[in-house]
Design a protein around this ligand. Structure first.
Ligand code: AQP
Length: 329
């Protein structure tokens, strides 16, 4: 049940392999926030279908993502984990926002759409994705949205849409705040430190999936691109690859970047990578021990129970919105 603490809402698409970038940038913040807030974590399957998905794989990925949330430390006794498509009000509110608040000029500015669309003839859903995301956030009367760096523009748009709606129809939506980490908000690809680590990357060398075998992760770290020179130093401009590896090392081992720089003063890239590979491998072993103990049935029950518990509140919010726009008689 929701209590009178503030509300945190965030989600991840069940598309591709959830990676340590998603964990560091988003999920690790969620774990901490559970201590202080009502937390609602969504598996955003309607976002995933904005690009082509194999239906059989998609349903397996939904279960996998829920297990990853739980094994990472989401406490299902306290926090909610639910599937977006189980609460149809998300899609309904997105349509209302499409018409009442969102403008083509807003969506034309979204850089993620430009990156993902390229020159392809993509779905209308991919273009409209930020409006559905705004609906997700506003429907749950969210106070805080903890996300990685690539979602900042979308949360900002959500705030714009909510304010625009409130201005036209009177106070309706709470304006949510963005929560972003100082370090780790954008983990870069291991194969290219100039592009972000991404679930849908073509090469698996780009990411370390949370479900990668630890031995595989060790190989990926040892093969990760490095910079010229041999100094282990945080310098995003001149040493983007080593800086990225330092951030991963720091956040998975709870040691500051300054401390790590000191430890590796007289050591080379290979020493540094071997130790980092160990840290990542240990992290995955601990995580996967928990992950492998969660059954599909347990997850299905959790998703169903959360959706049932959240639905009455989303009904109230949508009803209020419908009254404001004049479609509720
Ligand atoms: N590289 C990253 N570093 C830190 N945080 C990241 N996030 C994504 N990539 C990184 C954060 O993880 C959450 C997942 O968001 P999503 O599932 O909506 O997808 P996304 O943002 O588009 O992330 P991906 O991994 O690149 O997935 P695909 O390839 O499927 O699009 C968000 O909080 C995001 O900021």
């Amino acid at each position: 049940m929701l209590n009178n603490q503030k509300i945190v809402f965030s989600g991840i698409q069940p598309s591709g392999n959830l990676h340590i970038g998603n964990y560091i940038g988003a999920i690790s913040q969620w774990i901490e926030m559970q201590k202080k807030y009502n937390c609602i974590f969504c598996i955003v399957d309607y976002h995933a279908i904005t690009v082509k998905q194999d239906p059989a794989i998609l349903s397996k990925k939904i279960i996998e993502i829920a297990k990853i949330y739980i094994a990472s430390g989401i406490d299902t006794q306290k926090s909610f984990i639910f599937k977006q498509s189980d609460i149809s009000e998300h899609a309904e509110l997105a349509w209302i926002l499409n018409c009442a608040s969102a403008r083509i000029n807003d969506l034309n500015k979204m850089t993620q759409f430009k990156d993902k669309a390229g020159q392809n003839n993509v779905s209308v859903g991919l273009y409209d994705y930020p409006v559905l995301m705004a609906a997700d956030i506003l429907l749950h009367e969210t106070d805080f949205v903890p996300v990685g760096d690539d979602q900042v523009q979308h949360v900002e748009l959500c705030r714009v849409l909510a304010k625009r709606f409130n201005n036209q129809f009177g106070q309706t939506f709470k304006i949510p705040e963005l929560i972003i980490k100082k370090y780790g908000a954008r983990i870069m690809g291991l194969d290219n430190p100039n592009i972000k680590m991404s679930k849908s990357a073509i090469s698996p060398a780009n990411y370390i999936a949370m479900t990668d075998k630890p031995e595989m992760a060790v190989k990926k770290i040892m093969r990760a691109v490095t910079d010229s020179g041999n100094e282990i130093k945080f310098d995003k401009i001149n040493k983007p690859a080593i800086s990225n590896l330092l951030v991963i090392y720091s956040l998975l081992s709870n040691q500051s970047i300054e401390h790590l720089e000191k430890i590796y003063i007289n050591k080379n890239y290979s020493d540094f990578k071997k130790d980092l590979a160990n840290v990542v491998s240990e992290f995955l072993k601990q995580f996967q021990k928990k992950y492998n103990n969660i059954s599909d049935k347990e997850v299905e029950n959790i998703l169903e129970k959360s959706a049932k518990a959240l639905k009455p509140k989303t009904d109230v919010v949508l009803k209020k919105v419908k009254e404001k726009i004049g479609v509720s008689l």
